[in-house]
Design a binder for this molecule. Structure first.
Ligand code: NAP
Ligand code: MG
Length: 493
């Protein structure tokens, strides 16, 4: 088993995948993907722009129009997607390593979370493909009203870097299951797993053109997808700032459907009657540091009742050493590097800003392992944060937990909702009444009680307020992103 970032890697696929074949970017341009644990280049990857997106959309459109995928029966699509998952599973370790080296994700997380969830997602939507029913409208005897879901056509999926394989699956699985053709743009920072997965899809028998991958920069390839007149829907996961651009692209082009999964500044609310504090502390750290805090649902605000704060922080600090920082390819590592140097400095800048505004780092607070060449930040707890501070309001996207206190449940709810985001929230209490009452008041897409969770593939995931727009990932609800409703109204004479 590989345990060293400098160990040899599997042969990397680095070209765009269009119409079932690897191709260079039309311009011949390339971009370099780095290993954030070493700062060293991993691969030069085709850097696609509008020309390549045009090619990919044309081949996707052709595949959609001639029915080689869209025209298969739902059951046939189910079997093809199950075969796709099987091929991925045969290469599970390679996929885990690709995301670990490209994104700096701990290999143990990739092996036990990202890859299994990617498979589960593909299989879940494969199985769902032939279980989506339409409805018959309650007409009188002289009419028949049929309401069915039809694939939108060509779907663009623009992905972030924090869960490269899993976000690919979240978009591609329901889009393909519904019968669409898909053009994926992975993040320029983490293109390797998406390219390889497209190849595995072809190996599993997905027809050419049904699934295409155009690695490239956001401003070129991403924008070209957003503005393309022949893309029918875009599903985007990333920052709120870039998400807004996709609404503009759509309004200035063909009014394509847009679904946005965006950032979060999620609260972890520990009430005055929490369950076992060791359990809460473990979950609080998981919420803050899983995936290095580079997670839209990260519990970056710890809101704790003043009566339990000291006891909880003591348990938090006691469990903190479990969060080992190190080489992502070492199975013991739980915290890898920040995804790139610029992001490292952004996260350190937030920590510094917190101190300037009066917060105090009671753990971490600095860069670590600089000799590795990687972009590591020590898991950080900022105490004494107040709601007006920048670290309490902005998404840091690093391993930083900001601690605030409150006096009563009303005060707590005000704090939880006192943000422009509304993706997730967790709350801990022994009282079912308080849990239900508070969860009803929380303006977020997912509320977890006595745990940190995003739900699972069966439950819709997405945000209120500026955490999302236009749809949900996961659950049967994801099909709404990738389908149009068709009413057929028949007069019976
Ligand atoms: P990002 O900078 O917004 O990038 C997301 C995608 O958009 C990337 O593929 C990026 O390409 C592309 N892009 C960038 N600029 C663009 C432009 N001008 N036009 C079109 N596309 C453009 O986000 P990120 O840094 O990758 O991911 C972190 C963010 O994602 C965080 O805010 C996090 O909260 C959010 N997130 C949300 C969820 C959710 O489900 N709600 C899940 C995970 C992450 P390049 O990478 O090549 O620039
Ligand atoms: Mg990389």
């Amino acid at each position: 088993m590989t345990t060293d970032s400098r160990a040899p890697l599997p042969a990397l696929r680095t070209r765009a995948f269009i119409g079932g074949a690897f191709v260079d970017a039309v311009t011949g341009d390339e971009m370099t993907s780095l290993n954030p644990a070493t700062g060293e280049p991993l691969a030069d990857v085709a850097s696609c722009d509008g020309h390549d997106v045009d090619r990919a959309v044309a081949t996707a459109r052709q595949a959609f129009e001639d029915g080689r995928w869209s025209g298969r029966t739902p059951e046939e699509r189910k079997h093809a997607l199950l075969a796709f998952a099987d091929v991925i599973e045969q290469h599970a370790e390679e996929l885990a390593v690709l995301d670990a080296v490209d994104a700096g994700k701990p290999i143990t997380d990739c092996r036990t979370i990202d890859v299994p969830e990617t498979l589960r997602c593909l299989r879940w939507y494969a199985e769902a493909a032939d279980k989506v029913f339409g409805t018959v409208a309650p007409t009188g005897p002289s009419h028949l009203g049929l309401v069915v879901r039809e694939p939108v056509g060509v779907v663009g999926a623009v992905l972030p870097w924090n869960f490269p394989a899993l976000m690919f699956a979240w978009k591609v699985a329901p889009a393909l299951a519904a019968g669409n053709s898909v053009v994926v743009k992975p993040s320029e920072l983490t293109p390797l797993s998406a390219i390889r997965m497209a190849e595995w899809a072809a190996e599993a028998g997905l027809p050419d053109g049904a699934l295409n991958v155009v690695p490239g920069l956001g401003e070129t390839a991403g924008q070209a997808i957003g503005r393309h007149p022949d893309v029918d829907a875009v599903s985007f996961t990333g920052s709120t700032e870039v998400g807004r651009l996709f609404l503009r692209y759509s309004s200035e082009s063909n009014l394509k459907k847009v679904a946005l999964e965006l950032g979060g500044k999620n609260a972890q609310l520990v009430l005055s009657d929490p369950p076992d504090l060791d359990l809460v502390a473990s979950d609080v750290l998981l919420a803050g540091y899983w995936n290095m805090g580079e997670n839209c649902s990260a519990g970056s605000r710890l809101l704790v009742h003043e009566s339990v704060k000291d006891a909880l922080l003591e348990r938090v600090l006691a469990h903190l050493p479990e969060w080992l920082v190190g080489d992502p390819l070492d199975p013991a590592t739980r915290v890898g590097p920040m995804v790139e140097e610029e992001h490292l400095h952004r996260v350190l800048g937030y920590i510094q800003r917190g101190s300037q505004e009066g917060a105090r780092a009671i753990a971490g607070g600095a860069r670590v392992l600089p000799d590795s060449g990687g972009y590591f930040v020590a898991p950080t707890v900022l105490d004494g944060v107040s709601p007006d501070m920048v670290v309490a309001r902005e998404e840091i996207f690093g391993p930083v937990i900001a601690v605030m206190t409150f006096e009563d449940d009303e005060d707590a709810l005000r704090l939880v909702n006192g943000t422009s985001y509304g993706l997730t929230a967790s709350l801990w209490t022994r009282s079912l009444d308080r849990a239900v009452r508070l969860s009803r008041g929380i303006r977020a897409g997912t509320v977890s009680v006595n745990c940190f969770s995003e739900g699972d593939i069966t439950t819709p995931f997405g945000g209120y307020k500026q955490s999302g727009f236009g749809g949900r990932d996961n659950g049967m609800e994801a099909f709404e992103q990738y389908t149009e409703l068709k009413t057929t109204w028949v007069a019976l004479h």
